[in-house]
Design a protein around this ligand. Structure first.
Ligand SMILES: Cc1cc2nc3c(=O)[nH]c(=O)nc-3n(C[C@H](O)[C@H](O)[C@H](O)COP(=O)(O)OP(=O)(O)OC[C@H]3O[C@@H](n4cnc5c(N)ncnc54)[C@H](O)[C@@H]3O)c2cc1C
Length: 397
């Protein structure tokens, strides 16, 4: 069985900028990775080949640096890679991308199956796969949960679960899809599990976080859930494997598209606590708004962001987007320093997967110390100035 997997290099984070003149992403200095959904497609292809025999090739369209994700695909077990690279491809819209890829696929050989990730994390359109199938005049199916069986002339697939990010767009789209499928939808899940009978166990806060509801959809398929950002772990890779990259010249491919970008309007930059590597959190132990300057100073020194507990939002000291917890945001920073935070279950549920938790609290019995990797029992008004001075001294500031 010959399988081709379409993979794309995407920015490693949301901190990207668009060149206002060309309308193209500025890639210099921006960390890149393989689109996470394409990893699933690749893994599926490798499993199929394990069972049915055959080869796995990957194809990507992008700048020469995209060779990096092809080498990554080799590390996972792909045997051959095709890179469609031409300066003209920069800024290609969905239609142009689908067309170019379909031309690349035609030149790459004959395949029994072409797999694409559900969508890319930078484009989020989920259109390239189906549009490519249209150009290639082959059938396509989206949102596949599992490939049930492969016969000579048919591939049977199962769509058991459709997961959608609990973003503004996701929370608009998923209910429409659920209504169309006449199936259930659980919004804003924080924990997911799956039973052997493929029932999805969907857990989410209810009544403002007062209870955790467990929801099943036993009688309908597919099962739909929107998932809160940062609650899942990324898969690991094997860097030792390698393979051959074939750079494919497609200079004669017409890239004209009927879609024209009329204008690029830059959006004001916003920093989200979910994306910060370092967070310094203000709790009710901070007595006045002026004292938040200490918290901000420490966050700035550590290159991080300030976040807070719910009482700080209720006091009107912060925007609600800064709240961590069940009724706030879920975060997983590399370092989180909590200052005057008791560590209530509702707060801890939004941050207890952080890599390193440092807690400052004057009450040695505060629950935050049960989840902290390092705890400082002391008055934050004494501890923070000393900590700030120490960090400044270390940095030579
Ligand atoms: C349905 C529901 C949902 C909720 N959702 C959330 C949520 O998403 N996020 C959230 O944060 N809360 C949430 N809460 C509220 C939550 O239960 C707690 O009340 C809240 O997290 C407490 O915030 P805190 O730790 O800042 O304040 P407190 O619990 O008052 O703790 C303050 C801490 O500061 C310490 N302290 C005081 N002075 C000092 C000092 N000078 N130096 C050092 N330490 C000091 C104290 O010892 C104490 O431990 C929710 C509650 C409900 C009922």
């Amino acid at each position: 069985m010959n399988i081709l997997v379409c993979i794309k290099q995407v920015p490693g984070s949301n901190k990207v900028e668009v060149d206002p003149v060309t309308g193209v992403l500025k890639r210099d200095g921006v960390e890149s990775k393989m689109n996470p959904y394409d990893l699933y497609a690749l893994e599926t292809a490798l499993r199929l080949v394990e069972t049915y025999g055959g080869t796995v090739k990957v194809i990507s369209m992008g700048p020469p640096q995209a060779g990096q994700i092809i080498r990554e695909a080799f590390a996972m077990g792909a045997e051959e890679g095709i890179l469609l690279s031409d300066r003209k491809f920069a800024g290609a819209d969905v239609l142009a991308t689908s067309y170019t890829l379909s031309q690349g696929v035609r030149e790459a050989g004959e395949f029994d199956l072409i797999l694409c990730g559900k969508q890319t994390t930078d484009g989020d359109t989920a259109q390239v796969g189906p549009e490519m199938a249209e150009y290639l005049k082959i059938p396509s199916v989206s949102n596949v949960k599992r490939i049930v069986s492969v016969d000579d002339d048919a591939i049977t697939v199962e769509m058991t679960v459709i997961l959608v990010g609990a973003t503004n767009v996701g929370r608009q789209l998923a209910p429409r899809v659920a209504a169309r499928f006449r199936t259930g939808l659980t919004a804003d899940c924080t924990v997911l599990d799956i039973k052997e009978n493929t029932d999805l166990v969907q857990i989410r806060p209810a009544f403002g976080g007062n209870i955790m509801a467990e929801i099943h959809t036993p009688n309908a398929r597919p099962q739909l859930a929107t998932v809160r950002y940062k609650v899942m772990n990324a898969p690991e890779r094997n860097k030792e494997k390698s393979g051959k990259v074939t750079v494919c010249d497609l200079s004669n491919v017409a890239l004209e598209s009927d879609i024209k970008v009329l204008d690029v309007v830059p959006k004001a930059k916003e920093k989200f606590i979910e994306n910060a590597d370092v967070l310094v959190v203000a709790g009710r132990g901070v007595k006045s708004q002026d004292d938040l300057n200490m918290i901000r100073e420490l966050a700035d020194l550590l290159g991080g962001e300030v976040a807070c507990t719910r009482p700080m939002i209720e006091a009107g000291w912060f925007d609600a987007k800064k709240q961590i917890g069940l009724s706030g945001r879920t975060v997983r920073p590399k370092l989180i320093i909590t200052c005057g935070v008791s560590g209530s279950v509702q707060f801890a549920a939004g941050m207890n997967n952080s890599d390193m938790i440092v807690a400052i609290n004057k009450d040695e019995k505060a629950p935050i110390f049960k989840i902290a990797h390092y705890g400082i029992v002391g008055d934050l008004y004494e501890v923070l100035p000393r900590l700030i001075a120490k960090v400044k001294a270390e940095k030579g500031a």
